[in-house]
Design a protein around this ligand. Structure first.
Ligand code: SF4
Ligand code: SF4
Length: 73
């Protein structure tokens, strides 16, 4: 279910993922000054957070994708 991961050793608290995620998966933890993937089940695997994170701290897997089968598949 947790289809994305934030590497806490890399996250430097820029909040880019918090403001860019279209489905509001992230929350910002002021105590640790890091983003938290609080609602991972809402992730739509758009990859925006992973693409925009300046330090490459976020990993998004393609678990939600299902293979498209064709008659010629
Ligand atoms: S975009 Fe990356 S560095 Fe910025 S808060 Fe999110 S995980 Fe941390
Ligand atoms: S892949 Fe897209 S929907 Fe999923 S957490 Fe990142 S920005 Fe949000």
């Amino acid at each position: 279910m947790a289809i994305q991961n934030i590497d806490v050793r890399r996250c430097m608290g820029c909040k880019t993922c918090v403001v860019t995620c279209p489905t509001d998966v992230f929350r910002f933890d002021e105590k640790s000054n890091q983003a938290v993937a609080k609602y991972p089940s809402e992730c739509q695997v758009c990859q925006m957070c992973a693409n925009f994170c300046p330090v490459g701290a976020i990993t998004v897997t393609a678990e939600k994708y299902t293979p498209i089968l064709t008659a010629w598949g």
